[in-house]
Design a protein around this ligand. Structure first.
Ligand code: NG6
Ligand code: CA
Length: 511
């Protein structure tokens, strides 16, 4: 194992730019923590204008770092966004990158360069803790045997996973290659087709057994009083308790930080929270944390997790030279399938801030999400940046930081936005693709939504999807809410953007 000291010297000699610089703390490779939240919208944190819920730890992060106002997940749902984040490839190039069931095979080829593998290559200890949702295994998963390939085959040294989502079976954690806490005498069976147990309770047949009721879907196997998507039986000793999930994964994250520090190894932690995805069952100590019921309380719980991570860093005296990033995998949704009072208790809170749409939508709120970057040893705090940034760009940007050559074949869409992430530049990308029903293109202040046949509205979630058989063109500088379609008035601009999108779709790198 490489010690911290030998790592630093090899880092400096392999990085000409840094080797020439004076030995200040910022020349040491930082530890990196990416806190990747689920379904947190642009307007859901108090530092982004949230009402009725306070996020003091995230606000502190923003005050000590840079708060980005035009950062994007690659897609308006989870799996494709996470695919792009880890691979540096736009998810629309990978047709299987759709919201996956809990028993899907691994979406990313083992051995492929990933955001984690570039850190591993530089001697970092790497971990994925929390939500995965990128599939596991090669074919049909046997949850009672070795579960691989997975994160360990993609550049992570260790993992502790929610395999898919909190609302999908199996409701167990996967630690490295095994279900954590499984009793071999009580094996797990999972199916997304049909019930696996005649005596098993489902939300549909046994609503009286539920502590939280579905509003749409989510009426299959009941675990912990909540019916889920999919059927499972067995694995009783391994089943998670939703209310303890944030504590469980946060403790795991803190233990990973402790272990890395003890081993004198720099680390990269991908900490993917379940909050604030459904089912929203934060620990009861957050029951009064917001005025908005479970959705607001889950935001408060998320903020608590951030505070715990920061406390773990301070405990070891490494918070100055740890780069902590916070972002979300897609925009906000209020009712995403459970009757949790989210709609009733929204009051004047605007999860999407000034933007239109939300999770699932081609309108801006689908992918425009909070992004905060804090690294006191290198980044001047208190800044707000409107640089256009995609999470797809993290791979190449960290490649630059670490002096690792990224593979343009496997990460064809990742741009180097490191200067913007470090606050050295106010400029990010010129063009960025966003994916929901169809594709959209951002070019500076302009937003083009390609014609799509899909429905205008996702009725159960009450989301405007942005689908329209006609092309849409918006000037976000004067019309952030995407109300005034300029496609007919600006045919030249429209055509220019259609051509750029075509080039990108055909495989060209257009940052
Ligand atoms: C949808 C689910 C929704 C959520 C989403 C994935 C229904 C009716 N809705 O299909 O609740 O699980 O998938 O969310 O089943 S994501 O953030 O992981 O993309
Ligand atoms: Ca999500």
């Amino acid at each position: 194992m490489m010690t911290r000291r030998s790592f630093v010297s090899s880092f400096l000699t392999s990085s000409a730019a840094l080797a020439a610089a004076p030995q200040t703390p910022s020349d040491q490779p930082p530890n990196v923590i990416l806190i990747y939240a689920d379904d947190v919208g642009f307007g859901d944190l108090s530092c982004y204008g949230a009402y009725n819920v306070k996020t003091p730890n995230l606000d502190r992060l923003a005050r000590a770092g840079i708060r980005f106002t035009d950062a994007h997940s690659s897609a308006a749902t989870c799996t494709p966004s996470r695919y792009s984040l880890l691979t540096g490839e736009y998810s629309f190039r990978m047709s299987k990158a759709k919201v996956l069931p809990g028993d899907a095979p691994l979406l990313i080829e083992p051995g492929r360069q990933t955001l984690a593998s570039i850190f591993q290559q530089k001697g970092y200890r790497t971990a994925a803790i929390g939500k995965w949702h990128l599939g596991l295994g090669n074919g049909k998963i046997d949850w009672n045997a070795e579960i691989k390939p997975g994160p360990l085959e993609l550049g992570f040294d260790e993992c502790f996973l929610i395999p898919a989502t909190g609302d999908r079976v199996p409701c167990v954690y996967v630690e490295n290659h095994k279900v954590a806490g499984l009793d071999p005498a009580d094996p797990i069976t999972v199916s997304y087709e049909a019930p696996v147990d005649d005596r098993g309770l489902t939300g549909k047949a046994n609503p009286d057994k539920l502590k939280m009721h579905p509003s749409h879907g989510h009426d299959m196997t009941i675990v912990n009083g909540v019916s889920r998507i999919g059927y499972m039986k067995g694995g009783k000793s391994a089943l998670w308790v939703d209310e303890d999930m944030a504590d469980t994964i946060t403790n795991r994250a803190a233990a990973f930080i402790d272990r890395s520090v003890r081993g004198q190894q720099p680390f990269f932690l991908y900490f993917a929270t379940h909050d604030i995805h459904v089912p929203r069952l934060p620990h009861p100590r957050f029951n009064r944390a917001s005025g908005m019921g479970p959705r607001g309380n889950a935001i408060a719980q998320l903020d608590w997790c951030v505070g715990e991570i920061m406390a773990a860093l301070r405990k070891h005296g490494i918070d100055r030279n740890t780069m902590v990033m916070f972002s979300s995998d897609n925009g906000p949704v209020v009712d995403d399938g459970y009757k949790d009072d989210a709609v009733e208790k929204l009051y004047n809170h605007k999860p999407a801030g000034p933007y239109r749409g939300g999770k699932y939508s081609s309108f801006e709120a689908g992918t425009r999400v909070p992004l905060i970057v804090r690294w006191p040893a290198r980044i001047k705090g208190g800044a707000v940046s409107n640089a256009l940034i995609g999470q797809t760009d993290f791979l190449r940007s960290f490649g630059e930081l670490l002096n690792v050559k990224t593979d343009v074949k496997t990460s064809p869409d990742s741009a180097n936005v490191l200067p913007a992430l470090l606050g050295d530049s106010k400029v990010g990308r010129a063009h960025l693709v966003e994916q929901a029903g169809g594709l959209t293109l951002r070019s500076g202040k302009w937003k083009y939504i390609e014609p799509t046949k899909g429905p205008k509205k996702n009725v159960p979630t009450n989301t405007e999807l942005g689908n329209d058989p006609e092309p849409q063109l918006y000037d976000l500088a004067t019309d952030p809410g995407e109300r005034k379609n300029m496609a007919t008035a600006m045919p030249g601009k429209l055509q220019e953007m259609q051509q750029v999108l075509k080039r990108i779709r055909d495989g060209e790198f257009v940052p």
